[in-house]
Unconditional design. Structure first.
Length: 252
């Protein structure tokens, strides 16, 4: 293993550890972050990977800049990278959890009026639909409904969606996912939601609807994700000079 690879893995481990400690409340707002020397000793590494991990946490707004003093945890939510915001798999990894999924159905179908309107295609055009139950550390927390125009969805049809991230598959296939819009609201669990998420029909769920677009503005994905409110929260972080972002958090 090269020094560069070892350093990358180490700073990633430090980053995951500190994010998990902050998320779990083991490191509370106002509390000092472990010093560089303490982290070096804990992870048996040099100061380079430690400073790299701390720098990322500062950029995310999770800890203070220090400025000659030990950094402290801030009462802010990190700004999530674009890939994390669109990928449940990457979100789990960022939170230090093991992602999982179980595909309930994957079909080639014909667009309904609502689907056609969301994807800006004609009713009856071919589409690919995917229904998956998503897990974090083995616990079901979200039911995911995805819909693609066929020229994009064909990359999903040739992929085992139980093997990993559909988003990563699309990117690897050369699909241009440039930007996305998201709408968050609350809905009552329907029959499928209740059966798969293990709740009573009519129970409240958080719904996140997303449309993803190419750089030219063509919609290429529509999704309806329904979360158990006990296992996930959402927060918006405002950063001066940047657009507001919506971040997903672990449940209380």
């Amino acid at each position: 293993m090269t020094g560069t690879t070892r350093g990358t893995q180490t700073y990633g481990a430090i980053l995951t550890y500190l994010r998990r400690e902050i998320s779990a409340g083991s490191l509370e707002p106002g509390q000092s972050v472990p010093s560089e020397s303490e982290l070096c000793a804990r992870f048996e590494t040099s100061r380079g990977p430690v400073r790299q991990a701390l720098g990322i946490l500062r950029d995310e707004g999770l800890i203070s800049s220090g400025r000659g003093r030990r950094s402290v945890v801030l009462e802010t939510v990190p700004v999530q990278p674009f890939d994390v915001a669109l990928s449940f798999t990457q979100w789990c990894r960022e939170m230090g959890m093991e992602p999982g999924q179980r595909t309930e159905s994957m079909t080639r179908a014909w667009a309904t009026r609502a689907q056609a309107d969301s994807l800006e295609i004609d009713p009856g055009d071919p589409i690919v639909e995917l229904l998956r139950l998503r897990f974090a550390d083995g616990v079901p927390i979200m039911l995911e409904r995805l819909c693609y125009p066929y020229d994009v969805g064909r990359h999903v049809l040739s992929f085992d969606p139980d093997s990993g991230s559909v988003y990563e598959r699309l990117i690897a296939s050369g699909v241009d996912i440039h930007h996305a819009t998201r709408i968050l609201d609350a809905v009552a669990a329907d029959e499928d939601d209740a059966r798969l998420l293990g709740v009573q029909e009519g129970a409240p769920l958080m719904r996140l609807r997303r449309r993803a677009f190419t750089i030219e503005g063509r919609p290429i994905e529509w999704s309806d994700d329904r979360y158990l409110p006990s296992h996930a929260r959402f927060a918006s972080t405002t950063v001066r000079g940047a657009s507001n972002g919506l971040s997903m958090l672990k449940g209380l």
